[in-house]
Design a protein around this ligand. Structure first.
Ligand SMILES: C[S@@+](CC[C@H](N)C(=O)[O-])C[C@H]1O[C@@H](n2cnc3c(N)ncnc32)[C@H](O)[C@@H]1O
Ligand code: SF4
Length: 492
């Protein structure tokens, strides 16, 4: 257990997150005075103070009551081009903690002091202020302490995203639709994923409420400009094609087919995708779908609870290509239990033969609410250096396939403190993914467990409007959800 004492500030949450990056799995407890430390184990004291009008942050690390390391940061010397003094103070506090812990710890910390989900946002803030590339790299590596390869990666991604973000437009929005059903729940998953076998009788009612919600969103958004549509989940193709087709028709009727710039259906699990399904999507002019392997190793697929084999993925992919989808995305997860570098290479070789237009490489994350988290002791997981080699392979293979990184995000509890990267063939970025990740556009979301995000460009902030995560509540209290969105939009 690690004890944390803060003096003259309350930046507790971010410091606890950063300590966890250095000491994964360890409990961190806040104490109010040094008397609460009984002189055993680790104590971290982080204080903020002023001397001659200059603000400093100091971190002291004690092990068994002995001061082992101390580091002080002069906050006046930080230059991150931020807007508020609070932000400078937070960075100073975190840097002093980082500098204290880094010399003691074997772990690699590629993302430096960053613990958030969206590191590319920092690049956009700097680009908004016309900061040049060299200075952005300096800010990322010296102030935020990123490794140079991560700094260059997010700078490139940020620059690639600019044309999809700018100019900011208060009236532009995308639509997200949640279909929270799946054939079975995968080991690692914490998304809304109700097993279809048990919920068959609820689907028609769910779809009718969903359509009611979409109709209402359309009324609220009159006069504004639809950008993209994304039907995700869950696994949208787990429900009968006639039901999903109703949703697609409802979207076209409400928002106008020709005005939608991009329409994705996350088909996802190959065990739900039939030829009839693909033909229905194609007939309805859906041009982007996902067919997600996660891995191309049958043993692992079985272990993670997916009821399909590698050959099903290949067959489904080829069929989808034959039918004529423009963009097929494939999701992979690196670090799955039992997988070594040879498994990852086998997966990448298979993917290379298929040559998808988009590839999304996730690093396994130990999510709260997943079976994996509850049974983690049963599995053998790779150490950070092997995960790093695996991720480098995914980068090399992507380059070979002509794929370039275009969006990136991180997760709490991600193995090895790494990241998820979306790759695409030139000009085949998924615009929705960028909008959703960078939060520079309103996303109106319908369906159980979905979250609408209303963007306020003048204040550069978003406001979340979540739907219920429970099916019964979603169905019974749909009018409240519609009303919530209306009220929040009226304030925008
Ligand atoms: C919302 S899920 C839906 C995809 C679809 N139902 C499927 O499974 O093919 C989107 C993606 O997130 C990734 N994912 C889900 N849980 C994860 C975890 N715990 N760690 C890393 N990636 C995860 C998977 O690659 C998955 O394809
Ligand atoms: S990973 Fe996909 S298929 Fe598996 S449970 Fe999650 S949403 Fe469902």
């Amino acid at each position: 257990m690690i004890k944390l004492l803060l003096i003259n500030h309350e930046t507790r949450y971010e410091l606890v997150e950063l300590i966890r990056v250095f000491f994964p799995g360890q409990e961190v407890i806040s104490i109010d005075t040094k008397n609460d430390y009984i002189g055993e184990g680790i104590l971290i004291v982080n204080s903020l103070y002023e001397e001659n009008g200059i603000k400093f942050a100091t971190t002291s690390l004690y092990i068994n009551d002995v001061l082992v390391k101390q580091s002080t940061e002069n906050i006046e010397l930080i230059e991150i081009y931020g807007r508020s003094i609070d932000k400078y103070i937070r960075i100073g506090i975190k840097k002093s903690l980082y500098n204290t812990l880094i010399s003691l710890n074997e772990a690699k910390i590629p993302w430096g002091i960053l613990t958030g989900i969206r590191p590319v946002k920092i690049v956009h803030e700097l680009l908004d202020r016309n900061i040049d590339d060299n200075e952005i790299i300096r800010v990322l590596t010296e102030e935020y302490k990123l490794y140079i390869d991560k700094a260059k990666l997010i700078l490139n991604i940020g620059k690639k995203q600019r044309k999809y973000i700018e100019p900011l437009n208060k009236d532009k929005y995308s639509l997200y639709i949640s279909i929270p059903f799946c054939p079975t729940r995968c080991l690692y998953c914490s998304f809304p994923a109700l097993p279809i076998g048990r919920y068959e009788n609820h689907i028609k009612e769910y779809i009718s409420k969903l359509i009611y919600e979409i109709n209402n969103i359309s009324k609220m958004m009159k006069g504004k400009n639809i950008n993209t549509v994304y039907i995700g989940g869950g696994t949208p193709t787990a429900i009968p094609p006639t039901e999903l087709e109703k949703v697609i028709h409802c979207i076209y009727n409400n928002f106008g087919q020709k005005d939608i710039k991009e329409f994705t259906v996350e088909a996802g699990r190959p065990d739900t995708i039939t030829e009839d399904y693909l033909r229905m999507l194609n007939k309805n002019n859906i041009r982007r779908i996902s067919i997600n392997p996660q891995t191309m190793n049958d043993g692992t697929l079985k272990l993670i609870g997916r009821q399909h084999k590698t050959e099903d993925i290949i067959k489904t992919f080829k069929l989808a290509k034959e039918i004529g989808f423009d963009i097929i995305n494939m999701d992979l997860i690196i670090g799955l239990p039992g997988e070594d570098i040879l498994h990852v290479k086998k997966t990448l070789e298979e993917i290379k033969r298929l040559d998808p237009e988009n590839l999304t490489v996730h690093t396994l994350s130990v999510k709260r609410g997943s079976k994996f988290r509850d049974t983690i002791d049963k599995y053998s997981l790779q150490p950070q250096n092997i995960l790093s080699t695996m991720l480098n392979e995914t980068m090399e293979y992507s380059k070979d396939m002509g794929l370039e990184p275009y969006y990136l995000y991180r997760q709490k509890q991600i193995l090895g403190n790494f990241e998820n990267v979306g790759y695409c063939k030139p000009k085949m970025e998924c615009i929705y993914n960028i909008a959703m990740m960078e939060e520079k556009e309103t996303i109106m979301a319908a369906g159980m467990g979905s979250v609408s995000k209303i963007f306020f460009p003048e204040e550069n902030r978003i406001e979340r409007v979540p739907n219920f995560k429970d099916l019964k509540e979603y169905v019974e209290r749909i009018d409240e959800l519609v009303e919530n969105k209306k009220v929040k939009l009226e304030g925008s």
